[in-house]
Write a protein of this length. Structure first.
Length: 109
């Protein structure tokens, strides 16, 4: 799969330099980890965001946000945002802030 370097840069700029943030190739895209926990991922087909089980209903109500699937398996607590969503500065920030809040609540690995 091809990576989306533009989306990667947008996410990198939004996340800034914070302790415990790391990046690596994963899932056919570029993943961002916080304290060893997967936070989000930039892929050619959208921005994957980890919101946590039961925390994703508000995001799924947005046009252009769908449940993440792994094959046919529904990945509860994960959503995929299209370019129309991650191209909107306020929506991208809201999604990433929610992901940060969730992942920061997890124990580090």
């Amino acid at each position: 799969m091809t990576r989306d370097s533009g989306l990667e840069e947008l996410m990198r700029e939004e996340l800034g330099e914070r302790p415990g943030l790391a990046e690596k190739s994963m899932f056919g895209g570029w993943a961002f980890m916080l304290n060893g926990n997967l936070l989000c991922c930039a892929r050619h087909d959208g921005m994957l965001i980890r919101l946590g089980k039961g925390n994703d209903g508000w995001a799924l109500a947005l046009s252009g946000v769908i449940q993440m699937l792994s094959g046919e398996r529904v990945m509860r607590g994960w959503v995929r945002a299209t370019a129309a969503v991650y191209g909107d500065d306020a929506l991208r920030r809201r999604l990433l802030d929610a992901a940060l809040a969730y992942v920061e609540s997890l124990p580090g690995k």
